[in-house]
Write a protein that binds this ligand. Structure first.
Ligand SMILES: Nc1ncnc2c1ncn2[C@@H]1O[C@H](COP(=O)(O)OP(=O)(O)OP(=O)(O)O)[C@@H](O)[C@H]1O
Ligand SMILES: [Mg+2]
Length: 203
């Protein structure tokens, strides 16, 4: 039993995370991809998930686009709501990890404190911050969703990189330079990182 805010909570289940990981046959972890819009978070999480899935990993992607449409559809893009958005995603990720699922999160998450919060609610070797490094100039040239054009035209306010700050990760676990690497090179680097950290070790 845990004492949280002076209330006693019994464990919700008799099955442990280790039991679930054994069932899946692999460890669970959260890879958090952060970076400007257009820096490659969605591209890399999708490509990575495809490869992991082919190797029988149980995976889940949380992405700005699927979370904002449901779980967080009551939140705006104010500083306060952005933090709440990340807090909820962090808590949901934690549940996925409890379920033994290899979880990939693709969110700009512009504030270091918010990313640190997610790290703080997960255990050692469970949260990995992957910085998709790409200059605003190149992201804007890519303009995958045409969103920079709209932000420059003033149609979208508080857009990260334009009129809202992006705090570069202070101490990321991995930096992926999507400005100079191909998607395939970035993927190779991520897989090497996962092997080095023994995250992909079967159990
Ligand atoms: N090494 C690389 N890794 C990822 N994407 C790359 C790389 N090199 C080029 N790209 C291209 O950059 C673009 C990245 O777009 P993507 O939608 O993945 O960005 P995003 O970070 O998810 O943006 P948003 O925050 O708006 O969702 C794609 O067109 C992709 O093909
Ligand atoms: Mg995306």
């Amino acid at each position: 039993m845990k004492d949280i805010n002076n209330q006693l909570f019994s464990p919700a289940s008799k099955i442990t995370r280790a039991d679930r990981e054994r069932l899946h046959g692999h460890r669970a972890a959260l890879l958090w991809f952060t970076g400007l819009s257009g820096s490659g978070k969605t591209t890399l999480t999708q490509a990575l998930e495809e490869k992991l899935h082919q190797q029988d990993y149980s995976t889940m992607i949380l992405d700005g686009d699927n979370v904002r449409a449901g779980l967080c559809n009551d939140l705006s893009f104010s500083q306060e709501d952005r933090s709440e958005n990340i807090r909820r995603i962090g808590e949901v990720s934690k549940l996925f990890i409890e379920a033994g699922v290899f979880t990939l999160a693709a969110f700009i998450a512009p504030v270091q404190k918010d990313r640190n919060f997610v790290r703080s609610i997960l255990g050692e070797n469970e949260f990995f911050e992957i910085y998709c490094k790409c200059s605003l100039r190149v992201c804007e040239t890519r303009d995958v969703k045409g969103i920079y054009k709209r932000a420059r035209a003033g149609e979208i306010k508080n857009f990260t990189g334009i009129d809202s700050a992006y705090e570069k990760p202070l101490n990321p676990d991995l930096v992926i330079d999507t400005e100079i690497e191909t998607v395939q090179e970035s993927l190779t680097k991520i897989f090497q990182f996962l092997r080095d950290k023994n995250i992909l070790t079967d159990i």
